[in-house]
Design a protein around this ligand. Structure first.
Ligand code: FEO
Length: 168
């Protein structure tokens, strides 16, 4: 059984994962309209992964005697300034999600809820990977700058990454 404080922290995380999924979906759709099909594919996959992160939390909360709350979501932007901007935003967003996961872990320790603490370790590792990937992508984009040929190859690279089997 989870305490009310842990339940609230997990429900807050459910909302953040759902919001991430929605945000990356908007990025994917925008990239598709700009002709970046590889980037779009990568972002659609990323959006799906965030939904799975949310779902895993929903099931855990319910299994542990809490009540998962499926949240209303803010509408994400329709337009993005550039591909560089999209990935800068993605990294900022992941950093925010990491902070939020650290907060859940902190609540678990305060509440002496070692079961949820253990469950959350998967998210801790996942965030290390996601932040590292987002930083690598941002570094590549810095090197590419405004070079159209570079961006074309980058788009193809992300298509290959998106085709890799999902981790979840
Ligand atoms: Fe599920 Fe990328 O945080």
């Amino acid at each position: 059984m989870i305490s009310k404080l842990v339940e609230n922290a997990l429900n807050d995380q459910i909302r953040k994962e759902a919001q991430s999924s929605q945000f990356y979906l908007a990025m994917a759709s925008w990239a598709e309209t700009q002709g970046f099909n590889g980037i779009a594919m990568f972002l659609y996959t990323h959006s799906d992964e965030e939904r799975l992160h949310m779902l895993k939390l929903v099931k855990f909360v319910n299994e542990r005697g809490g009540v998962a709350i499926i949240p209303a979501l803010e509408a994400p932007p329709v337009e993005f300034n550039s591909i560089t901007y999209v990935f800068e935003e993605l990294l900022n967003h992941e950093v925010m999600v990491t902070e939020s996961i650290n907060n859940v872990v902190d609540v678990c320790l305060k509440e002496k809820d070692y079961t949820t603490h253990n469950f959350m370790q998967w998210y801790v590792s996942e965030q290390i990977e996601e932040e590292a990937l987002a930083r690598t992508i941002n570094d590549k984009l810095k090197m590419i700058g405004t070079d159209k040929g570079g961006l074309y190859l980058f788009d193809r690279d992300l298509e290959t990454m998106a085709a890799a089997p999902p981790k979840v």
